[in-house]
Design a protein around this ligand. Structure first.
Ligand SMILES: Cc1ncc(COP(=O)(O)O)c(C=O)c1O
Length: 434
């Protein structure tokens, strides 16, 4: 018997009631997917359940978070055990899980010489800390970022966010120079990446000595699953080094197996100077972190602390996440299942003219839909999302024009889940075109 949460005693109000409360009590900046949204009441590995007991196969994982599956029993057991033992003290008292997690990340998880970690609570906070660290180390103020990137909702991180939709503040930091991203639908990826590198050269020549760091997503998520050519980040890193500019890799969406590597930068053979992490590290329990080398970390010697950062519960959870990923071979699984999903999406692209492009790596894939114009393709994307949801599949969307179907599922899903989704997507695409 599935607990649908439909218990009036517990104050059940149903999806309409939730929408009404959100309308009345949330800020108008918050939105939800779907014109007919389900009320999600339960999750179990790759599946979500609504208040009617209907099951959905989740292909978005709460925006690339729940890589190990919803309410994964082995991970929640560790979380609950820690909750019942010691929940919170903050970093001024000694607790072991946080120290164990920092050690674990340094020994075999993080690449190269990234050995020191500062824990916080979210992706935005991790990037904000990474940027502060870059300023402290270089004693420079400014940043370079890629157009259409997304790095967070705090002052500095919104300043380096290039997607207009997510720049909510009219008075953002002015010390940011954006360069074109290594992708342009009007040309091929090599040409676009070359253009991006040329723009970087120009900025560095003009004002390299004022730039603390360049911040990048190895694969842009919200920007529409943009994976640069293999050589791109190696050239970027070499150029930055010439000017003493640090490279911050925002692995918040791409990290922890998502792309078929532990971190996406390793597809490019590059170790960043600073790496930020969040999302999948806690599998749904809030945690963020930024990591760097001994040398760079030494520059962050003024006092700093996060009340909740690395608290025993999130640290014990993250340790259980890393155990689970290793024991179940999730990184390799993401590569294998991602190959299957990508091939399936490419098969649908060959069949349906509505799919303009399929891209991404591992289990971080996008299918861009083609409409008469941007508005039309965004509306088409919403129709596909709604129809897939009605058929029991949760798919995400992103892209600057909001016209990219986003596939970032729990990595624990099966080949059967992928095949069933592709069959339904085939039917839905035929329907929306008819
Ligand atoms: C690449 C990237 N960086 C940073 C963030 C911000 O993370 P958070 O929402 O945890 O603050 C996000 C969120 O989606 C993200 O995708």
């Amino acid at each position: 018997m599935i607990d649908t949460g439909k218990d009036k005693e517990n104050g059940y109000i149903g999806p309409e009631g939730v929408v009404a409360k959100r309308k009345q009590y949330f800020f108008p900046c918050t939105h939800h997917f779907y014109s007919n949204p389900p009320q999600i009441v339960r999750g179990s590995m790759q599946y979500l359940f609504d208040d009617t007991g209907k099951r959905y196969t989740d292909f978005f994982a709460g925006v690339s978070v729940v890589a190990c599956g919803h309410c994964n029993p082995r991970i929640t057991e560790a979380t609950i055990k820690q909750l019942q033992t010691l929940q919170h003290t903050t970093t001024i008292y000694l607790t072991q899980p946080m120290a164990d997690l920092a050690e674990r990340l340094a020994n075999g998880i993080l690449p190269g010489e990234l050995k020191r970690t500062f824990f916080c609570n979210s992706g935005s906070e991790a990037n904000e800390g990474a940027m502060t660290l870059a300023r402290l180390h270089t004693k420079r103020r400014d940043f370079i970022a890629l157009e259409q990137g997304l790095h967070g909702r705090t002052f500095l991180t919104m300043g380096v966010t290039g997607i207009p939709m997510w720049r909510s503040d009219d008075y953002l930091d002015q010390g940011v120079t954006f360069i074109p991203r290594p992708y342009d639908p009007a040309t091929d990826n090599e040409t676009a990446a070359r253009r991006s590198v040329e723009a970087l050269k120009q900025v560095l020549a003009e004002k390299g000595d004022t730039i603390a760091a360049m911040i990048v997503e190895p694969i842009q998520g919200n920007g529409g699953m943009i994976a640069p050519p293999d050589w791109y980040f190696r050239e970027v890193k070499a150029l930055l080094e010439q000017y003493g500019v640090l490279l911050i890799a925002d692995e918040i969406q791409t990290g922890f197996g998502r792309t078929g590597r532990m971190f996406a930068m390793s597809h490019y053979g590059v170790v960043p100077d600073i790496m930020s992490m969040a999302k999948a590290l806690g599998n749904g329990v809030p945690i963020g972190a930024f990591a760097t080398t001994d040398e760079i970390a030494a520059s962050f010697n003024r006092a700093s602390a996060s009340t909740f950062g690395g608290n025993p519960v999130s640290s014990a959870t993250a340790l259980a996440v890393l155990d689970y990923m290793e024991q179940e071979g999730l990184v390799e699984r993401a590569e294998r299942l991602g190959g299957l999903l990508k091939a399936g999406l490419q098969g649908l692209q060959a069949k349906h003219g509505i799919i303009a492009d399929v891209r991404g790596k591992g289990m971080m894939l996008g299918a861009e839909l083609r409409g008469a114009d941007d508005g039309d393709s965004a509306a088409l994307t919403d129709r596909v999302l709604e129809a897939m949801k009605d058929r029991g599949f949760i798919i995400g969307k992103n892209g600057v024009a909001r016209n990219v179907l986003a596939f970032q599922p729990p990595i624990v899903m099966t080949e059967e889940d992928i095949k069933s989704m592709l069959t339904e997507l085939d039917n839905v695409l035929a329907g929306v075109q008819a």
